[in-house]
Design a protein. Sequence first.
Length: 280
Amino acid sequence: MNDAVANSFFSQPVLPKAEGEDLTRAVQTLRRRTGIVLGEHKLDMAARTLGLHTHRLGLNTVREYLSMLEQNPSSAEWDRFVSAFTINHTAFFREQHHFKTLAQFARGRDKPFSVWCCASSTGEEPYTIAMTIHDACGPSESGLSVIATDIDTQAIALARKGVYTLDRVKPIPAEFLKKYFLRGTGKQAGMAMVKPLIRNMVEFQELNLVAPTWPLNQKFDAIFCRNTMIYFDKPTQTQILERFVPLLKPGGLLFAGHSENFTYITKALRLQGQTVYTVA
């Protein structure tokens, strides 16, 4: 391989640069669209991502890319823009104490029993919820459902498939893995798929927590909103939490992330257990 070919082979495309004004504009655009507040520590990542998207579309400047988005509010490119700035960090049975609380709670509630997982990411959390309440209430129970929503449509698409690497399903207890998953063979070796029994309990849909209205027409026994409020400023956090209140059935529970404290954000909720809240 001569030098010219080698240089061509190994070279990376020169990406359009996001200047200071472009970054400020991008951060403001993201916040208007989603309510997400992008921290200073993520600006370098944001700059590269904007350059990649601009290059992919054959545009010359990040300014052109942002203008294209603003001029086309229904463009599918918005999904890619938002996905670039949201972190889908999730796992099965993450913060396991919550699922012990949920199982005990579900056993004592009237049916139908429904849960809303409002930041479902790639599906690990809502499927964990579904497995937990199905196991707690028994196979003869009907009326168990999970609504799983997220702003990231790419994550939702992966979640609907319900297919994960064996490494991803390691946190699942062995008896649950045997009961609720199918192990892949042949071309699917090394993968595991959620059984239809559980997949059919979960309904995935796109939802923006800062949208004026939410496409929900029911109340819930429990709402999972874990490690989500960190993306919003305090006024937005308060607004979202207080919108949860009328969607909870009497005695319903709201589950928060391990590092989140809602007591100082709103008086509409009171702490009932370890990062578990109920209506005040």
